[in-house]
Design a binder for this molecule. Structure first.
Ligand SMILES: Cc1cc2nc3c(=O)[nH]c(=O)nc-3n(C[C@H](O)[C@H](O)[C@H](O)COP(=O)(O)O)c2cc1C
Length: 384
């Protein structure tokens, strides 16, 4: 697939990668002269994805406001955080809340986790009914609370059960099913290479690989040589996740692995401009833009989670948005200590008065009102 990618690039005319000043050779190709077009569309089954940039699922981060923002800033595909299949199956309010999907999120994947094929299948049907374009299955979560239930990354060591889950989920829904996984449980593990083709045989229409071990959590580096190996072994699109923090890194990973797309996680936390940079727009945001995006994020999150939950949830975002020299350091501390979100908003507007106009434009541009879901009253989401 990599050979094909490079030949196609050759035909399309090779464009120099100015941002990549590394002299990198791979199988005889000079990668400094290869640029993969991130604006090209690609597919997972029948689902067309308009760019080669995917916004990562992140628990405690990937609320609807984050996903909608990701789409506006260039992500071709966005994903919910992982949702417990048991929670969905028991009608748990918080789990059901994750199935709230807005019109401007599509294409969107909802990710589920669990260890029982039957319950995963039932959850997948609920996800499909809620309007998701893809059901993503989590075989990557390294957190003990999840792995001790036999879900997440532990399933990589149980290939029969993992394949049983994928088969049951794929049989239950008509939308494509994708799998997101780590390299394996232990450092140096190559389990993803063994299990990847089996998961495809069981019905996975796409694989996302975050090539760190579960034990590594987020330390060390993602080893995308494994991503390249996986691409060679399967005939479905592979998405490369891990350490994609710049346009140069995205280009190198796409070119050297043959992955169909790159996934961006931590770099986009409170920094949607990272997505825009990766897509090729280098402009830095003004203070007004930063403040306006943060206020919009606050308002949307209140609508989704309700004021009480949103207040705690949002605190970590202040540092993420306001850092990088955009605002003086003590300003973040000041916001964290304010009692209400109303005060946070007022303080942001006082610091960047022009944000008011940017915000008005942003709100005007957002589609209104066609959010549905599951025929449940809006109160179930804690929003209003
Ligand atoms: C706070 C946080 C929460 C995450 N939650 C999930 C999750 O719910 N499901 C999942 O598949 N991966 C999850 N991940 C992993 C990311 O999707 C991604 O694979 C990983 O962060 C590596 O990409 P990055 O270097 O671009 O951050 C999470 C990562 C972080 C930092």
């Amino acid at each position: 697939m990599l050979e094909q990618r490079l030949v196609v690039l050759g035909r399309a005319g090779i464009v120099p990668v100015t941002a990549v000043n590394v002299k990198l050779r791979f199988r005889g190709y000079d990668l400094a002269s290869v640029q993969v077009d991130l604006r090209e569309s690609w597919r997972i089954g029948p689902v067309e994805i308009p760019t080669r940039l995917v916004l990562a699922p992140m628990a405690g981060v990937s609320v609807q406001a984050f996903r909608r923002q990701g789409r506006r800033f260039g992500a071709g595909l966005v994903c919910s955080e992982m949702v417990s299949c048991a929670g969905l199956s028991h009608g748990n309010e918080r789990s059901l809340g994750y199935l709230r999907i807005a019109a401007d999120e599509h294409p969107l994947a909802v990710q589920i986790f669990g260890s029982e094929p039957g319950i995963m299948a039932e959850a997948a049907r609920m996800v499909e009914d809620a309007g998701a374009d893809l059901v993503d299955v989590n075989f990557g979560c390294p957190v003990r609370k999840v792995t001790k239930t036999g879900a997440g990354a532990t399933l990589l060591e149980e290939p029969d059960r993992a394949c049983g889950i994928v088969e049951a989920v794929a049989d239950a829904v008509s939308v494509p099913v994708s799998v997101k996984m780590r390299r394996g449980l232990h450092n140096g593990s190559r389990t993803c290479i063994e299990i990847g083709p089996k998961l495809v045989e069981a019905g996975a229409a796409s694989l996302t690989l975050h090539p760190r071990s579960a034990r590594q959590m987020y330390t060390g580096e993602a080893d995308h040589r494994l991503t390249a190996e996986l691409v060679e072994l399967v005939d479905v699109p592979v998405v490369a996740s891990g350490d994609i923090v710049s346009r140069a890194k995205a280009q190198i990973v796409l070119a050297t692995t043959g992955a169909e797309a790159v996934m961006v996680g931590r770099a986009a936390q409170g920094n949607p401009w990272a997505l825009r940079h990766i897509m090729g727009d280098e402009a830095e945001p003004s203070r007004e833009e930063v403040a306006a995006e943060l206020i919009l994020f606050i308002r949307e999150t209140v609508r989704e989670l309700g004021e009480h939950r949103a207040t705690g949830f949002l605190k970590k975002f202040y540092g993420w948005y306001l850092g990088r020299g955009r605002f003086p350091r003590p300003f973040k501390q000041e916001l964290v200590q304010l009692a209400t979100l109303e005060e946070v908003e007022q303080r942001l507007l006082a610091a960047a008065p022009g944000a008011r106009f940017v915000l008005e434009r942003l709100e005007d541009e957002l589609p209104q009102g066609d959010e549905i879901l599951l025929d449940l009253p809006i109160s179930i989401y804690g929003g209003g």
